[in-house]
Design a protein around this ligand. Structure first.
Ligand SMILES: C[S@@+](CC[C@H](N)C(=O)[O-])C[C@H]1O[C@@H](n2cnc3c(N)ncnc32)[C@H](O)[C@@H]1O
Length: 217
């Protein structure tokens, strides 16, 4: 089972470069607009966070009527100092019974960055989320100042979600760094030499949120 999980993990830098991931999490969407969006749309009950990273988002969405289960496959990402009910697993094989969750969300995780076979994960989500439960996927929208530093297109075409019955909305937010040096550090890591061209601390950043109400067949 462990080996099976390992073959399905998409490599992510956060566990081996925690200092860079700390900058990413603190500076991207500094005003917390994505978290505010999730908080206002997610129901009470039991919610799963797929590819939860270090639990940054999950921690902020828990309240007395809402349990959030962060599911994360990379043990180096799991932050046990956070008071969360961690689960270890991958989107393609979610270690929960069918009809367990009132809703699900995923922020820049399995469905992120050009994954071609999103259906393996989506089928699992549709299985573990109750009928009429909400499914929310968050990703880069592209076409913004932040993405303009990338030598490649890092947006994910909305069409592949629309054709699967998702609605989408764009959240206009910002990367806000403490210093230009911090901005250069993260952007050169992401984008190579091009990232050195950044000369300010605030960068326009567009996030796309896909939503769908689960309909079990
Ligand atoms: C860009 S990080 C996002 C983390 C977190 N959602 C956040 O917003 O901070 C992507 C996360 O997806 C996890 N991941 C990798 N492969 C995965 C898979 N097959 N299923 C679910 N999550 C996966 C990575 O380990 C990493 O923690």
């Amino acid at each position: 089972m462990i080996n099976d999980i390992n073959t399905k993990i998409i490599p992510f830098y956060g566990g081996i470069k925690p200092d860079l991931f700390e900058i990413e999490r603190r500076c991207m969407d500094r005003d917390g607009k994505v978290i505010q969006y999730l908080d206002s749309f997610l129901p009470n009950g039991i919610v799963i966070d797929i590819g939860a990273g270090n639990g940054y988002t999950a921690e902020k969405l828990v309240h007395e009527n809402r349990i959030v289960i962060p599911m994360e496959p990379d043990e180096k990402m799991i932050d046990l100092s956070k008071d969360l009910a961690w689960s270890n697993g991958v989107a393609q094989s979610i270690p929960f019974h069918s009809n367990t969750f009132d809703a699900m969300y995923s922020t820049w995780a399995f469905f992120f960055d050009g994954i071609t076979d999103i259906d393996e994960g989506l089928n699992e989500i549709e299985r573990v989320v109750k009928n009429e439960g909400l499914i929310i996927i968050v990703d880069n929208y592209g076409n913004d100042e932040f993405c303009s530093f990338s030598p490649n297109d890092i947006s994910n075409p909305v069409s592949k979600w629309v054709e699967r019955g998702f609605k989408y909305e764009i959240i206009d937010t910002e990367f806000v760094f403490d210093t230009v040096e911090e901005a250069k550090k993260l952007l050169t890591f992401y984008f190579g030499e091009q990232g050195n061209k950044v000369n300010k601390t605030r960068l326009e950043y567009k996030v796309v949120v896909y939503t769908k109400v689960n309909k079990q067949v």
